[in-house]
Design a protein around this ligand. Structure first.
Ligand code: CP
Length: 308
């Protein structure tokens, strides 16, 4: 039974917790498709989103998830808030807490920001991405999508490719997938990957063709230009030629391999357009599943903290 106050990362969750979220998400999926099945689990709950970094998928799907469960959902609108007058993260959180909210959903460029907020507020805090640390709800929707197509995780070869060193998505997926028995390979240019990642129980390589060979899942990651201090490769054309996945390279994976990407995609950089829009791609399905997974997270956290 899921018991935490907050959801900060997959490092802290057990395999059973993860499976409970994924099973609950399956129930939630029908509520998205059939509006008359939506319930009022969160009718007494208010949710505030605090996005200090940009977002399309995560913020919108959390706002829809909260509304589909009957909650009151409000976005802080960080760029027009008193954050711009210098108010600290903790003071911002304490003020919102006083308004009686049940959930704060935060994205921040600082690693550990969600944990700092969680330690200081009564509300349940959900990490929507903190620096280069974790993006747990993205990894959970990725895992939901894999489970839906593949029926399980044990022994699956999952290759995560690209800008590994800046990727909170790679870290959360590594924590979750390894716990459930998948074989995870992280692959990318040596300037964007560190051998230290082996401590997560994954393989690390710069041999892209070898990494993709017989893969069940090929997950690309966006090159995070906004987090680079120095360009880690000469230009995007060269990156695409050496490390991008096109349909020829994809032939090394299993024929029914899933092509995944958390978005937003740099078309023609990490994946060619024919791969993004090709028959193996489940990138749009991931986005759809994100709403169900976030509904499941809100429901389970609410039920675990209803008396808080
Ligand atoms: N995958 C993801 O986090 O997308 P957004 O930045 O649009 O939320």
């Amino acid at each position: 039974m899921f018991k935490s106050k907050d959801l900060l990362g997959l490092r802290d969750l057990s395999g059973e917790d993860i499976m409970e979220i994924l099973t609950t998400a399956k129930e939630m999926k029908t509520k998205i498709d059939y509006a008359h099945l939506r319930d009022d689990t969160l009718k007494k709950a208010s949710i505030v989103t605090l996005f200090y970094e940009n977002s399309t998928r995560t913020k919108t799907s959390f706002m829809l998830a909260g509304a589909y469960l009957g909650g009151i959902v409000q976005d802080l609108g960080v760029s027009t808030s008193s954050v711009n007058k210098g108010e600290s993260l903790i003071d911002t959180g304490l003020n919102i807490d006083k308004m009686g909210v049940k959930f704060m959903i935060i994205r921040h460029s600082m690693t550990g920001a969600a944990a700092v907020l969680a330690r200081n507020v009564k509300a349940c805090v959900i990490n929507a991405g903190d620096g280069t640390n974790e993006h747990p709800t993205q990894a959970l929707l990725d895992m939901y999508t894999i489970l839906d197509y593949m029926g399980g995780f044990k022994g699956l070869k999952v290759v995560i490719l690209g800008d590994i060193s800046h990727s909170r998505v790679a870290r959360s997926n590594a924590f979750g997938l390894v716990k459930l028995g998948a074989k995870v390979t992280l692959a990318g240019p040596s300037t964007l990957i560190s051998g230290n990642m082996r401590a997560l129980g994954v393989e690390v390589t710069s041999d892209i063709k070898g990494a993709i060979a017989d893969a069940d899942v090929v997950m690309g990651l966006r090159v995070q230009f906004e987090r680079q201090k120095n360009m880690p490769f000469p230009n995007t054309r060269e990156y695409a030629a050496l490390y991008g996945i096109n349909s020829e390279l994809l032939k090394y994976a299993k024929p029914d391999a899933l092509v995944m990407h958390p978005g937003p995609v740099n078309r023609g950089v990490e994946f060619s357009t024919d791969v993004i829009d090709g028959k193996n791609s489940v990138i749009n399905i991931q986005v759809k599943n994100g709403v169900a997974v976030r509904m499941a997270i809100l429901k389970l956290l609410y039920e675990a903290n209803v008396d808080l």
